[in-house]
Design a protein around this ligand. Structure first.
Ligand code: BES
Ligand code: MN
Ligand code: ZN
Length: 503
């Protein structure tokens, strides 16, 4: 997909020439003010009438389009509701732009202009506004049509201009747009990677995607092949990969943006299972196709690396992707097999479908070698996460209170919220094995927690966060700026965390 161009410009709504001019209004605020009043006058009371007849109320998700018949230079006006003013947050702005851009696409206009709303969410800056408007528009227009011969062509919305009446707004709006382009582009990249089917998006293909990112972004890349993993002793990752004909990969990307190259890095580790059949502990057929997105975590840490380099963030960052396909087969791991992890700890694999924690065990142990200032793993780890949190919260665990706070803040700001779960040692009794140091499943009860606790045994003393995104990685329905299918949720959270850390 070609990414939308976004820029900011100053001028008046009644003089701007555009195919479509988008205006956002809050619910129940009565007759239009500011930009609304200017346009209403220019259009001979048309806006007033719409409000009066309640044909446009400003409810969240409400969209009204009308032609201006050359009364003003903008050909069409698109009114979009923001919902109640006291409930207005950054995510309402994102959503409004998502609705707006879909309506613009229906008009077949390639470009549109959106007026900076006169109501800004409390506490939001112009940078936030530029960023969220850009995110909403780019993410709302996302489509994945690579494999469709009936794909609509030549109708993409390719440009958006944010219009403000004040010239001194431009610098901050542009900075927000720059950030929004980076976060949205990263999310689009993740959605694309996860949408490609697993016969295409193999571990080898992931490695070549990483090579492209490394080259483009100018970051260091190291890819460990099976032989080297054997030498190092990554028995858990190798065990998972055994059932597949696709060779596993272990990918490390390094970006040095800090003034001091020796500053301790932020290290991100993403679960990258290109397809999860469950292995010998085979999954049921229903919805199994969604397991092509079991690489979301890895895609997100790869995309975050690219965004951090593009934004030239002043920090050191390392992204690690343990990559494998989880398949049954003649050489596949059996329930009861014992593997020796990179850390030296042994694991009894009682269920081959609990493979994410196995590849992450080796990924996290490897990560500790970099002495991380913060170690964050992100993974579509457990069905139990979906059961506990539904679709609207990411499961968060961690060992460091300050770090948890900054992740929580980044999630709120990004509209990708996390919810903390307990990481209590009591639960470890569920992971005890009779033959090895631990087993890879925790039995009934607290499945998201026992998975996190398993991971905690491989992070040493690094300040660590685990994010379970099984709840949010796939959407059952299309929303304002979230498509049906792979969502890429978590990407903007990670990038926002890094941006906030850089400020
Ligand atoms: N990739 C799945 C988790 C998952 C489930 C992600 C649904 C997204 C949607 C993971 O590898 C898995 O299979 N987990 C098992 C663990 C169990 C065997 C302890 C699960 O949750 O069923
Ligand atoms: Mn699994
Ligand atoms: Zn999995």
């Amino acid at each position: 997909m070609n990414i939308m161009r976004v820029d900011a410009k100053h001028g008046r709504v009644d003089t701007v020439a555009t195919d479509a001019l988008v205006l956002m209004f809050c619910e129940g605020e009565g007759l239009p003010k500011d930009d609304g009043a200017i346009l209403d006058a220019a259009l001979g009371g048309a806006l007033r009438e719409l409000v009066h007849t309640k044909e446009f109320d400003g409810k969240a998700g409400e969209v009204v389009l009308f032609h201006t018949h050359r009364k003003i230079p903008a050909k069409r006006l698109i009114l979009v509701g923001l919902g109640k003013k006291r409930e207005l947050g950054l995510d309402q702005i994102r959503q409004a732009l998502g609705y707006a851009v879909k309506r613009v696409r229906q008009t077949r206009s390639g470009a549109f202009t959106v007026a900076l709303p006169s109501s800004i969410p409390q506490g939001a800056s112009l940078v936030d506004m530029g960023q969220t408007m850009t995110e909403g528009a780019i993410l709302g227009s996302y489509q994945f049509t690579t494999y469709r011969s009936d794909a609509p062509t030549g109708r993409d919305v390719t440009a958006m201009t944010v219009l403000t009446p004040q010239k001194d707004h431009l610098r901050q709006l542009s900075e927000g747009i720059r950030r929004g382009m980076a976060t949205a582009e990263a999310t689009v990249f993740v959605r694309d990677l996860c949408n490609h089917p697993s016969n295409v998006m193999t571990p080898t293909r992931i490695a070549s995607e990483a090579k492209i990112v490394a080259k483009e972004a100018g970051v260091q890349l190291k890819i460990l092949e099976q032989k080297e993993m054997e030498k190092l002793g990554m028995g858990a990752l190798l065990g998972v990969a055994k059932g597949s004909h696709e060779p596993p990969k272990f990918i490390i990307l390094q970006y040095h943006g800090a003034k001091n190259k020796n500053d301790r890095p932020v290290v991100l580790v993403g679960k990258t299972i290109t397809f999860d059949t469950g292995g010998i502990s085979l999954k049921p057929a229903e919805n199994m196709e969604q397991m092509k997105a079991d690489m979301t975590g890895g895609a997100e840490v790869l995309a975050t690396m690219r965004a951090a380099a593009r934004l030239k963030l002043p920090l050191n960052l390392i992204s690690i992707l343990p990559v494998a396909e989880n398949m049954p087969g003649g050489r596949a791991m059996r329930p009861g097999d014992v593997v020796t992890t990179l850390s030296g700890k042994t694991v009894e694999v009682q269920n081959t479908d609990a493979e994410g924690r196995l590849i992450l065990a080796d990924g996290l142990a490897y990560a500790t070698r970099f002495k991380p200032a913060a170690l964050i793993d992100i993974a579509t780890l457990t069905g139990a996460c979906v059961v506990a949190l539904g679709q609207f919260a990411i499961g968060m665990f961690g060992t460091d209170a300050a770090l948890k706070g900054t992740i929580r803040d980044a999630g709120l700001r990004a509209g990708e919220r996390v919810w903390e779960m307990p990481l209590w040692e009591e639960y470890f009794e569920q992971l005890r094995s009779d033959v090895a140091d631990m087993r890879n499943i925790g039995g009934r009860g607290g499945g998201m927690i026992t998975a996190a606790l398993f991971l905690s045994k491989f992070v040493g003393d690094a300040p660590w966060i685990h994010l379970d995104i099984a709840s949010t990685d796939w959407s059952e329905r299309e929303r304002a700026y979230i498509p049906k299918g792979p969502t890429g949720i978590g990407t903007r959270l990670l990038i926002q965390f890094l941006i906030n850390r850089s400020l």
